[in-house]
Design a protein around this ligand. Sequence first.
Ligand code: EAX
Length: 350
Amino acid sequence: MVRKSLAILTCLLLFSAVVFAGGGGQAAGTAAPAPAPAAAPAAAPASTASPVALKVGITLTKESHYYKGLQEFDRLVRQYSNNTITCEIFPDSQLGGERDLVESVAMGTVPMALISTGPIPNFFPDWAVLDLPYLFPTPQIAYKALDGEVGTALMNELTTKGILGLGFWENGVRHVTNSKREIKVPDDLKGLKIRTMENDIHMATYRHYGASPTPMAMGEVFMALQQGTVDGQENPAINILTSKLNEVQKYMSLTGNFYSPAALFMNKGMLDKMSKDQQDATLRAAKEAKDWERKYSQDNTADAIAQIKASGTKVTEVDLNVWIAASQATYKDYEGKLNQDYINKIRAIK
Ligand code: EAX
């Protein structure tokens, strides 16, 4: 009887000890975070935020509009983040071609990349609408579409793969060059091997012109042209000049087949880890640098064409109506296969 009472007593004592310890633990638990909220605001100002180094990959050179625009981004992001964020630019495909860059940014092995929209439909099919031939009559209409509803919806799709779209910059209006003959009408391309971006719509369009399209990353283009693996390629004037493609191409025609947007991608986890002030600084700098880069691209395109001409490459003006007509076959191919809502919205822009 006594032994039983002792056992009950021991149990009661043990139980109360556990409860007390638990209660005490909880009391300590609620007391412990109290200093934390007081400490948190001290960590918020950008001046005490952890430093962030944003490596950004591009396939173009140090002389390109991408590089200059990213230098402007670096200047602005340092300024707005109290020098806690810096941007280091890796030109000439040092961090990979554009397809590689999409994957690397998604995985976080490369924090940022500025790439043409050309290869993006390989990962996000809705993006194909941006690279239809002669879709944007002027860059200004492209800016409205890209900064508006369609561009925003496309950027939102990226987050499913861990990418944050920081805005549409400019690659530019693409023109065809080659080493064989002057190109005036699509038929003149018959039998020529033309390097295109890794984009099915671009390839289909060149096939309809009669050419034999060869998809290739930008980093391989100069060598392929020099060695004659391909006869020609197409790119915006600034890229042709700054990648020295004019040195291995005798002819350039102002065909303007595609308005090529560029997109600034960032690994989403990287932004999420920043302080609120650093996030604001990054978004603001990206937006302002985008406007700067577009203007730089516009202001320097005519001069790039003039320099290509002066270097000895024959530059030919063409009747765009003939090219637009020949490009309709691509639209037929893709009827019902693209996001028609986006196409309609782009076409409605004035
Ligand atoms: O984004 O591959 C190309 O032709 C592009 O114009 C270039 O990589 C710039």
